[in-house]
Ligand binder design. Structure first.
Ligand code: ATP
Ligand code: MG
Ligand code: MG
Length: 350
């Protein structure tokens, strides 16, 4: 087919659509927001709610295959679409990745080690969880968290009431605080035939719960753990029957790796692959979704650095364009707001 439907209209959808265009595909975005970033570069846009069955049905009739750039698309919408048109990745990947408890159980079942955690569905259960997990700890909503939102840190038992209120008294998990040396992510892409490629593993630095940078080569502790992290991520992708890019975030601890979370989609920590890899995450995702062979993931140059432009960091973009060798990406979001991802820059070196 030649039209790819994308659920969600953010910057990830925008970069997917740019990659798809290069391969000769048209993209049709389905998103509830008014003029989100992807719509500038897409041939067609449906602005409707994910609960709108008529709009979903019309969308399915207008596209040849559907993918998503946002992992919180309601599974009911994806099920409806999957009855009408191929959807990659499938609903199983979404279901597991949408729920931190299902995600942790799934990965533990596959032999992965996570932070110590306990379910919390009531204020009383939070006390039980604190007794089991200990402090400091992080209370995280099971669903809809991103960029550190839906999380509250607990340093003493006195913080429990405030933490429970801060996350809106929703179903949650309590995670023990992990003392990590570094954070990193495994990005892989699985084709419909089950063949997989994975990218060299970057080290990720977060600030205030938001990704600030991804760079390669990663420190030696990360490089020493990368093969095990990739092997676990490949098992996850196989068991999910995942088709497309899958991203798994890890903590590098002195005593080994711990799985943090997964995203069943292209990911901010892989933006460096646009210039830094022989095939970008966006191109390989489109190739997988379209049923094409996947491209190689080798580094173009040994050093790569991707810096996010968050809030007003994007405002001095003329200076960035003036830097030789700096690749500037702006997402066309208009006025900057604190904590908002406005763009990124990538630099390569020897
Ligand atoms: P994303 O935007 O990556 O989806 P998120 O909101 O889902 O993020 P997490 O990845 O769970 O959140 O946490 C955000 C950051 O907070 C992590 O990258 C890490 O820096 C820190 N963090 C999360 N959980 C723990 C933990 N158990 N121990 C120590 N630090 C943690
Ligand atoms: Mg997350
Ligand atoms: Mg994360």
């Amino acid at each position: 087919g030649s039209t790819i439907g994308i659920l969600g209209g953010g910057q990830l959808g925008r970069m997917l659509a740019v990659a798809a265009a290069q391969l000769g595909y048209r993209c049709h975005v389905f998103a509830p927001e008014d003029a989100p970033p992807a719509t500038d570069v897409c041939a067609a846009v449906t602005r409707a709610e994910f609960s709108d069955a008529a709009a979903l049905t019309a969308f399915a009739g207008a596209v040849d295959v559907v993918t998503f750039e946002w992992e919180n698309v309601p599974t009911a919408a994806v099920r409806l679409l999957a009855g009408l048109v191929p959807v990659h990745p499938g609903v199983h990947s979404l279901e597991v990745a949408q729920d931190r408890m299902a995600e942790k159980q799934f990965v533990e079942w596959l032999g992965g080690r996570t932070a110590p955690w306990a379910p919390v569905s009531s204020r009383a259960e939070l006390d039980e969880a604190i007794a089991r997990i200990g402090l400091p700890a992080i209370l995280k909503t099971r669903r809809f968290g991103y960029d550190g939102k839906g999380q509250a840190r607990l340093h003493s038992a006195d913080d429990a009431d405030a933490a429970w209120d801060a996350i809106g008294q929703q179903p949650a998990i309590l995670e023990g605080m992990v003392e990590f040396a570094h954070e990193y992510s495994v990005m892989l892409c699985r084709g419909a035939d089950g063949r997989m490629v994975d990218w060299p593993v970057p080290v990720n630095v977060h600030a205030g719960g938001i990704l600030a940078s991804s760079s390669l080569p990663a420190p030696s502790l990360v490089r020493a753990q990368a093969a095990d992290a990739v092997a676990l991520s490949r098992r996850i992708a196989d068991k999910l029957g995942h088709v497309g890019v899958l991203t798994c975030e890890f903590f590098a601890c002195r005593d080994g790796l711990r799985f943090n979370e997964m995203a069943p989609r292209v990911h901010n920590s892989g933006h460096w692959t646009i210039e830094g890899s022989l095939t970008s995450q966006f191109e390989n995702h489109i190739r997988a979704v379209a049923g094409l062979p996947l491209g190689p993931t080798d580094l173009v140059l040994p050093r790569v650095e991707m810096l996010n432009l968050i809030g007003d960091q994007a405002d001095d973009w003329p200076r960035l364009f003036a830097e030789p060798g700096t690749h500037v990406h702006l997402y066309g979001k208009g006025a900057s707001r604190p904590g908002r991802k406005m763009g990124h820059v990538t630099r390569l070196g020897r």
